[in-house]
Design a binder for this molecule. Structure first.
Ligand SMILES: NCc1[nH]cc(CCC(=O)O)c1CC(=O)O
Length: 311
């Protein structure tokens, strides 16, 4: 009558931890990598999301959470025990019944220029066509190179790379996250990793957010070992900026927190969509105070008119 004892032979008798992921190459790769470090036996469960199925421009898909809600529904519905998300896709508002259980050490936070002939931002010809679906990247590209022709693109990572690299490529370059290229095994396609000074990344870019159901202590314990509190603090600070500006994942807002020992530096900016204007602020202080520093920084951006810029 009694359940199998925990520990001991637990690995062979306990039900596997069902780990939910989107089905894209990128999502599968990052989920397999991180799930290999969870405690116990895991089973990977693919969930398809509106963001994968719908081909409308990302900026028109209804804002935050298009990649996330199907995974969260599966979590709340008991189909999966753990959801692995790209943290930059997570809405900034917490959802009832769901806990952010772990944030692993972050991958490279930078944006990458993937260009034909190894071209770089400075060597792209005048008027070059550069593809991105991100208003932030568009604004940053135009801010750095007002002559560029920025083209809205969608699709998975291979589709987007091919727009610049395939035999019949119609663009000179595309901008993608270095982390995604790394995770997909495409690190060698990066022509230039863009500096975080000029291209402030999207809040939490390069980080994963691992969610469990509130109160599911077994799943929480299984993923706790991959949590990195410093990455978690930095990503949380960046997301406070996003939330403070009431800007979603597709908004022209960049934020980047980097820790060095006990100290954190937070930089953030909001951009006009056409790159003509931007507002920037930064704070430095103790990692333990990262959330307060971010809130203070938001106040400065709002005072400077950031909301009007973000639109
Ligand atoms: N919005 C899609 C998305 N969500 C996370 C990543 C990349 C990986 C990451 O930032 O962790 C991407 C693709 C991209 O920006 O090129």
């Amino acid at each position: 009558m009694s359940a199998a004892p925990l520990g001991g032979t637990g690995e062979s008798t306990a039900a596997p931890l069902r780990v939910g992921t989107r089905g894209s190459l990128l999502a599968l790769a990052q989920t397999h990598d991180i799930a290999a470090r969870f405690a116990g036996v895991v089973e990977i469960v693919e969930i398809s999301t509106k963001g994968d199925v719908d081909r409308s421009p990302l900026s028109q898909l209804g804002g935050t959470g298009v990649f996330v809600s199907a995974l969260r529904d599966a979590l709340l519905g008991g189909e999966i025990d753990v959801a692995v998300h790209s943290m930059k896709d997570l809405p900034t508002l917490p959802q009832e019944g769901i806990r952010l259980a772990a944030v692993p050490v972050r991958n490279d936070p930078r944006d990458a220029l993937v260009a034909r002939d190894g071209l770089q931002l400075k060597t792209l010809p005048k008027g070059a066509k550069v593809g991105t679906g991100s208003p932030r990247r568009k604004a940053q590209l135009l801010h750095a190179r007002p002559d560029l022709d920025v083209v809205d693109i969608r699709g998975n990572i291979t589709t987007r790379m091919n727009r610049a690299l395939a035999e019949n490529a119609d663009l000179d370059a595309v901008v993608l996250a270095v982390a995604g290229l790394n995770r997909g095994g495409f690190s060698d396609r990066v022509s230039e990793a863009l500096s975080t000074a000029e291209f402030l990344p999207a809040p939490a870019q390069g980080a994963l957010g691992i969610e469990t159901r509130d109160g599911d202590e077994r799943s929480l314990a299984a993923v706790a070992g991959v949590d990195d509190p410093v990455t978690a603090a930095c990503a949380a600070a960046e997301r406070i900026v996003l939330r403070g500006l009431e800007a979603g994942c597709a908004a022209p807002v960049g934020a980047f927190a980097r820790a060095d020992g006990d100290t954190v530096q937070i930089d953030a900016a909001a951009y006009a969509l056409d790159g003509s204007r931007s507002i920037r602020a930064s704070r430095k202080g103790a990692v333990a105070d990262a959330a307060d520093l971010a809130a203070d920084l938001v106040a400065e951006l709002l005072d400077g008119g950031a909301k009007e810029l973000v639109g």
